[in-house]
Ligand binder design. Structure first.
Ligand SMILES: NC(=O)c1ccc[n+]([C@@H]2O[C@H](COP(=O)([O-])OP(=O)(O)OC[C@H]3O[C@@H](n4cnc5c(N)ncnc54)[C@H](OP(=O)(O)O)[C@@H]3O)[C@@H](O)[C@H]2O)c1
Length: 431
């Protein structure tokens, strides 16, 4: 018999959609620290419209964008959506995840109820003029990050997505491993392969900030797969060891340098001299690792204000600093002389298109790319996990939470171990 609300992990009959669901959500009155901003509440299951799909979430990936959402800065995502006419006074985050197709709207033909899927985070209007004219949807005016700018993400029993956001789940992966890689791997893949002619070629040195983090752990492996020589920047020895295991050719501990933050004014000779000294020492570390006086052809940036001046300084002539975030701040200073004299490129990059999402999924499915799942919690732990991320105290790699999956390691809707135990118990009773 169907009910209006199921407990988390209590699976309704396939395709039966309850009226209500549990979600770990953010409200404006709780904006601030992630561990306070998220709380598990009961809300209505959203209505599935044309072209949309309702997914029973088995596991959800944790990403930095919901650290921003929890703080209400730099964008108050709830207020932004309300201004656009949407009534919800809450935010259900979660930009990636894995699960089972539970209900489909009119016109959906790419999936069927019961399919096992992984979700990608880019969402756009397929009828938007720029998309219809053949533009990359990732630069469409209609683009929004699902589970950040767009509501009803994966931190809930059911997630509402557009049909093109769904991809076949690699069958060999647990729900949580399948849930954790798409956003970081896709973004890093686009940064390293999407901006021709500045793509990773065999032998290319590639400098990767936050090498042990979500983006970094994916970027090291992808750069290596393309034949590059990834150098990872880290802040402690354990992270350095992790990056070496992933394929880095060397690591640099950023705590050994002190020139972080905004550039001194060019007229401040003393401060500029001291900045140059520390930045040059950082550059020499790169030479030491490479065993030659070579500079990074690509610098994978996301740390922002603290590191952009160094990225632009050490990047090779005709090389590219490719940036997808600004964790430490949004003022990206650069000494323009380096930019023009060495004809460098400073490129913004955001998310991944569907082809890029499929390509990283193939790499993951074939075992060439490790999803780097390092921590897993449950729905009640969503705030805790984002807090670890905000404090830079997470173990590295990618993290996930189980939503409807009963335990870690499951690959199907039902818990096979439990079933096997039940069958064994029944058999022994009969015996
Ligand atoms: N636009 C997009 O499509 C997109 C997609 C994914 C992520 N992002 C953004 O990229 C950033 C990183 O995401 P992530 O998932 O990789 O996060 P993450 O797992 O927390 O990793 C970030 C790493 O950056 C390093 N870091 C932190 N503060 C730093 C600082 N001040 N200077 C230098 N390094 C610092 C840390 O490594 P160490 O302490 O070891 O150096 C940390 O492990 C976030 O701001 C996120 O919003 C954007």
């Amino acid at each position: 018999m169907s009910k209006s609300l199921y407990e988390v992990g209590e699976i309704p009959p396939l395709g039966v959609v309850p009226e209500k669901m549990y979600a770990s959500l953010i409200r404006p009155e709780r904006y601030g620290r992630p561990d306070q901003a998220f709380a598990t509440e009961v809300i209505d299951v959203p209505t599935v419209k044309r072209g949309q799909v309702l997914v029973m979430v088995m596991a959800a990936g944790i990403n930095y964008n919901n650290v921003w959402a929890a703080s209400g800065k730099p964008v108050d995502v709830i207020r932004m959506r309300q201004k656009m006419g949407q009534p919800e006074d809450f935010h259900v985050g979660g930009s990636e995840g894995s699960g089972v197709v539970w209900a489909i709207g009119d016109g959906v033909r790419n999936v069927e109820v019961g399919d096992h899927v992984v979700l990608s985070p880019g969402q756009w209007d397929e009828t938007a003029e720029d998309v219809r004219l053949g533009g990359d949807p990732m630069v469409s005016k209609s683009l929004g990050a699902y589970g950040y700018e767009v509501n009803y993400g994966t931190f809930a029993q059911f997630a509402l997505v557009d049909d093109y956001q769904l991809h076949p789940k690699p069958a060999n992966l647990s729900w949580e491993a399948a849930a954790c890689y798409m956003l970081t791997a896709g973004t890093a893949y686009r940064q390293l392969t999407g901006w021709a002619p500045n793509t990773v070629k065999p032998g290319d040195p590639v400098l990767i900030w936050g090498g042990a983090g979500g983006l970094g752990s994916m970027a090291i492996q992808i750069a290596r797969l393309l034949g590059g020589r990834p150098i990872a920047v880290v802040s402690d020895d354990a992270k350095a060891e992790y990056c070496m295991k992933l394929g880095a050719v060397g690591t640099i501990n950023r705590t050994e340098f002190d020139h972080w933050g905004r550039l001194p004014d060019v007229d401040d000779r003393e401060a500029s001299k001291s900045w140059n000294k520390s930045a040059q020492a950082f550059g020499r570390k790169i030479w030491e690792i490479l065993g030659e006086r070579a500079a990074p052809k690509i610098v994978l940036e996301h740390s922002g204000e603290n590191t952009v001046p160094t990225s632009m300084y050490v990047c090779d002539t005709l090389g590219m600093v490719v940036l997808c975030g600004g964790t430490s701040g949004y003022n990206g200073d650069t000494d323009l002389r380096h930019l023009w004299m060495r004809q460098k490129r400073f490129q913004g990059s955001h998310g991944a298109d569907l082809k890029e999402c499929r390509e990283v999924t193939s790499l993951i499915a074939s075992g060439l790319l490790d999803p780097c799942l390092t921590a897993c919690d449950d729905l009640a732990g969503v705030g805790r996990m984002h807090q670890m991320m905000a404090d830079n105290e997470h173990p590295g790699g990618n993290m996930a939470v189980l939503v409807n999956a009963a335990r870690p390691g499951m690959t199907s809707l039902v818990d096979e171990t439990e079933l096997a135990e039940e069958t064994e118990a029944e058999a022994s009773l009969v015996g």
